[in-house]
Design a protein around this ligand. Structure first.
Ligand code: GLA
Length: 399
């Protein structure tokens, strides 16, 4: 299903739910993380791309100060006061919508009532950022329904959606997902420096390389209490250790730790923290080298970097899952595969595989068989391409 079909699905469902046509649709894609695993909140570098799957939210402003939101994939309608959204005690999908409205209000937008219907073709819990797609699509919709209430540029919007997830949902994520969903460029990867927020596109030639997402079906639990929060705390603790050891070097995050400092810490820094730091310090180097390789057209070198990243995830950051490791391993054994790694937070979710275009079918067959044999369950295989970022469209605009 392409973007226009997804938008049409949301429009038709909106009409059948609310009895009239919607005004606007906000659309936002999911993403794959090509390189830069857990580097974003360490103020490091990432290489990412938006994918051709995402979320469309069709909506209409209301005169009463009440929001009604419903989703094709979920039961029931959630109703809330947009001037004071409150968190669902059961922590559901609607918290992402409410969180964005809350942050928009905090930024001074004063959001009024609206009706909205969500349609999605991005799997949730698969490590491809359905949550960021929901946040960004919500922001696109609501800012179109209530225009001129807030001046915010694209990066400001990415940071606002990240805050919605940090503050309202309570997941201490970085900006990778929201950035990718907003800045996506068809046929390109995106390089981001998460400290300076400088970014650039790098061509990902579809005639030479394709992306396959292999979803293990194992759900990750990123929010409160998950391993993600623990990893982030460990990275921060390791950064404090280096800052104390090198007081004149202005170390704020692991971004500032050099490979020399890391090697010199051998046997001194506590073993678990040392492993986490090792992953981040070298991962930042891999992202920069990978971006250069891709820019120079050296896709094989780029793919190798992806596989090296997965090795580092497995040995040092320890945020993968046996199911994802197996998908990566099976992929790496196939002819025409450049590289493979875990995509996203971890503890399940998806492997992202970069491969030659003409092997898609064989690769999918090998993954399907191999995975079923090892785990007696099915992987979901989603061939994808680097796609365009978020937008909003008015239904009355001529195409
Ligand atoms: C999740 C988070 C991102 C990032 C990745 C790991 O997707 O939302 O901010 O930290 O994990 O790279």
């Amino acid at each position: 299903m392409d973007r226009s079909e997804l938008i049409e699905e949301a429009r038709v469902a909106f009409v059948s739910r609310f009895g009239h046509e919607p005004e606007v649709v906000g659309v936002a894609p999911g993403r794959v993380e090509l390189l830069g695993n857990h580097t974003d909140y360490n103020e490091g570098f990432v290489l990412t791309s938006a994918i051709d799957r995402g979320i469309a939210i069709a909506g209409c402003a209301r005169e009463v100060p009440s929001a009604r939101v419903t989703s094709l994939d979920q039961e029931g309608t959630v109703t809330f006061d947009p001037s004071a959204p409150s968190k669902d005690p059961n922590a559901t999908w609607s918290d992402y919508v409410k969180g964005v409205v809350d942050e928009l209000n905090k930024a001074g937008a004063t959001i009024g009532g609206f009706d909205a219907l969500i349609a999605s073709n991005v799997p949730s819990g698969a490590g491809v950022s359905s949550s960021a797609a929901l946040e960004v699509a919500t922001a696109q919709l609501v800012l179109s329904l209530y225009p001129h209430r807030l001046m915010v540029d694209a990066m400001g919007l990415a940071k606002l959606c990240q805050r919605a997830e940090n503050n309202f949902v309570g997941a201490p994520v970085g900006v990778l997902d929201q950035f990718s969903s907003i800045f996506g460029q068809a046929g390109h990867a995106l390089f981001l420096d998460c400290r300076t927020l400088e970014h650039r596109t790098v061509r990902l030639p579809a005639d030479r390389a394709r992306i396959l997402i292999a979803d293990s079906g194992v759900k990750h639990a990123l929010a409160l209490g998950g391993g993600y929060r623990e990893r982030r705390a460990q990275c921060e603790e390791a950064a404090r250790w280096f800052a104390a050891r090198y007081p004149n070097d202005g170390i704020k995050t692991l971004r500032d730790v050099t490979p020399e400092m890391l090697e010199a810490s051998e046997g001194k820094l506590e073993a678990t923290l040392a492993k986490r730091a090792r992953h981040i310090v070298y991962e930042n180097m891999r992202v920069k080298m990978g971006a250069e390789a891709l820019q120079g057209g050296n896709i094989a070198a780029f793919g190798e970097m992806m596989s090296n990243t997965h090795e580092s995830i497995r040995r040092f950051f320890e945020n993968s899952a046996p199911e994802v490791d197996a998908l990566v391993e099976i992929a790496q054994e196939q002819r025409g595969v450049y590289g493979a790694k875990l995509s996203g937070g971890g503890w399940g979710g998806s492997a992202v595989i970069l491969h030659e275009p003409d092997i898609t079918e064989d690769l999918c067959a090998a993954l399907a068989d191999g995975y079923r044999q090892r785990f007696d369950r099915d992987a979901t295989l989603l061939p994808t391409v680097a796609a365009q970022g978020a937008e909003s469209r008015r239904f009355d605009d001529p195409l």
